[in-house]
Design a protein around this ligand. Structure first.
Ligand SMILES: C[S@@+](CC[C@H](N)C(=O)[O-])C[C@H]1O[C@@H](n2cnc3c(N)ncnc32)[C@H](O)[C@@H]1O
Length: 247
């Protein structure tokens, strides 16, 4: 694939890539993050302001881990929807939900840039390691903001640029060099795990992402680094009184 495809070409590439790696996605996530990905999602959910009985949406949900963490927070009287455009990811998420006997989660195949929900439907909308894969970031954030209730939060967990100059080199070696080899060792599709660091490298910085949140009308936008900035959580609130700017 070219370094930075855009629009429909990127969408088609990303959809087929995640469909192909779906069966090994969870395993490789745990290997490559040394299982830290679970704690990162839980930390993001702890900032959501969600309460028992709440309603949450996770977009680009993959195999559903973020949605399961949200479901733990809203409890059986609340509800969670997970949306992803890669059907094999959604099938795996549904299988996990039925294995765990979770009845408060629904998984749907859909595109974050065209969400099938009414305005102001959810108390919180999350995206985990998904936004950098989306062809039109502004449209995706705009859609997330649109379906969030006034006063609710939009939360994005994403790979970012490590801040420490001392740690940057070892991190780059790990991420850019070791990741594809690790994937090959575990017989995962190597090209997909070459795309992973490339997509992180091509992605906008934390300040620019915060500006995109503000551009879609979200307020009180802030971000929190984890792992020396290798992973970052962005949070924005939908204003209660004034309308947001639709994409
Ligand atoms: C790196 S995975 C993240 C999965 C999951 N959120 C997690 O935390 O592990 C990125 C996911 O985003 C999905 N995705 C990318 N672009 C999308 C779009 N426009 N609409 C819906 N899903 C999308 C992919 O299919 C893939 O499952």
């Amino acid at each position: 694939m070219n370094k930075s495809p855009s629009g429909a070409e990127k969408e088609a590439y990303v959809e087929s890539l995640f469909s192909a790696i779906a069966p090994k996605y969870d395993f490789m996530n745990s290997v490559l993050s040394l299982t830290r990905h679970k704690a990162w999602r839980r930390h993001a959910v702890s900032m959501s302001g969600l309460k028992a009985g709440g309603r949450a949406l996770d977009v680009c949900c993959g195999t559903g881990d973020f949605a399961f963490d949200l479901a733990n927070t809203v409890g059986p009287e609340g509800s969670v929807v997970g949306v992803d455009f890669a059907a094999p990811m959604i099938e795996l998420a549904k299988a996990k939900a039925s294995r765990c006997g979770r009845h408060n989660i629904e998984f749907l195949v859909g595109n974050v840039c065209n969400l099938p929900f009414e305005d102001d439907s959810f108390d919180c909308v999350t995206v985990g390691f998904g936004i950098r894969n989306v062809a039109d970031i502004d449209k995706a954030i705009g859609e997330m903001a649109r379906v969030t209730k006034p006063g609710g939060k939009v939360i994005c967990l994403e790979i970012s640029q490590i801040r420490s100059p001392i740690l940057r080199l070892p991190w780059m070696l790990y991420f850019y060099v070791l990741t594809p080899y690790t994937a090959r060792f575990f017989r995962a599709r190597r090209s997909a795990y070459e795309y992973l660091p490339q997509s992180a490298k091509d992605f906008i910085g934390r300040e620019e992402l915060a500006a995109r949140f503000e551009k879609s009308g979200l307020h009180d936008v802030c971000f929190h680094d984890m792992m020396f900035g290798a992973v970052c959580i962005h949070i924005g609130k939908k204003p209660v009184s004034v309308g947001y700017l639709s994409p």
